[in-house]
Design a protein. Structure first.
Length: 309
């Protein structure tokens, strides 16, 4: 008899939940069965996986007049970044404080009258600066603060790849190069994009892409197929997630785990950032995005604190 009573008590919540078909009933549901393809679920996971509020920067700096078409940035120290812009092979050494961004120094790294450049990104590794030309060429700049020594490196990537993103990866200790156009992969779809590793020790490009960006992957986090054309790349210093910007058809930011799983996608307000093409992190995880300005004005630099800070 006791056993029968015990079984009846256990079964009561299940029977109650099955019989209650009133849609307006407000009592809590006992058991939740999440649906794998639920739009609400994917949107919630997308928001949870993203740690920055791209609509509300903690700081905004108007950049010096030379940086209208700003195309890349890299963190140097708590008061300084190096930025670059499309048309001139020059490093712009910028000091930032609570009020303004000041140009302290310019460092040319190529002769402009010999070639027409499209400089797309920049990164800083062990006191050395690397700048990226869209034709797949790296400029390695040592002793940049005193007497710069420049080494021009052909990576093997070409103009057709349109190399736009560059950053250092502390995990592999290589450089990442993101291609905006041709991924360099046989039989790949036109919408597929690629990120390659450049072996710094051997000064050689790894032939196999480190990451492939596929349009269909965005359905799981954005509920639609996103045309993603990377314009900048950075690796988070703590999580080692890979952050990528896109600007051509959509303005947004994608976050991949270091093993290549798309974790989130967030749109960027084009009124705030008309052309976001530069991204980097400070060691404590602050996010910096640089964007061209409006209607020929100088660009802007934005700082975002991670959520909870």
């Amino acid at each position: 008899m006791r056993l029968l009573s015990f079984l009846l008590i256990l079964s009561f919540p299940v029977l109650f939940s099955c019989k209650n078909n009133n849609k307006n009933h407000k009592d809590p549901v006992i058991v939740y069965l999440p649906q794998k393809n639920s739009t609400d679920s994917s949107s919630k996971n997308n928001a949870t996986n993203f740690k920055y509020d791209l609509k509300n920067p903690g700081h905004t700096w108007k950049l010096p007049a030379q940086l209208v078409e700003v195309s890349g940035n890299t963190w140097i120290d708590a008061e300084h970044l190096i930025l670059i812009e499309d048309l001139h092979p020059v490093l712009y050494y910028i000091k930032i404080d609570d009020k303004k961004a000041t140009l302290e120094k310019t460092i040319p790294f190529a002769t402009e009258d010999k070639e027409k450049f499209d400089i797309e990104d920049v990164t800083y590794v062990n006191n050395t600066v690397y700048a990226l030309w869209s034709h797949g060429v790296l400029f390695k700049i040592t002793d940049w603060q005193t007497k710069p020594v420049i080494d021009k490196i052909k990576t093997g990537l070409k103009k057709e790849n349109n190399t736009e993103g560059l950053c250092y990866d502390p995990v592999t200790k290589n450089l990442f190069i993101a291609c905006k156009d041709d991924p360099g992969v046989p039989d790949a779809k036109k919408s597929t994009k690629a990120v390659y590793q450049f072996d710094m020790e051997n000064s050689k490009l790894n032939e196999k892409p480190f990451l492939l960006i596929n349009k269909k992957d965005f359905e799981s986090v954005a509920n639609e197929k996103i045309s993603f054309n990377p314009s900048a790349i950075a690796v988070h210093p703590v999580t080692h997630d890979i952050y990528l910007l896109t600007t051509r058809d959509n303005k947004g930011m994608a976050v991949y785990s270091h093993d290549g799983v798309l974790k989130s996608y967030q749109t960027i307000d084009k009124d705030l950032m008309p052309q976001p093409e530069g991204i980097c992190f400070s060691p404590d995880g602050k996010l910096y995005i640089s964007s061209e300005g409006k209607k020929g004005e100088a660009g802007n630099l934005f700082e975002f604190d991670p959520s909870g800070n």
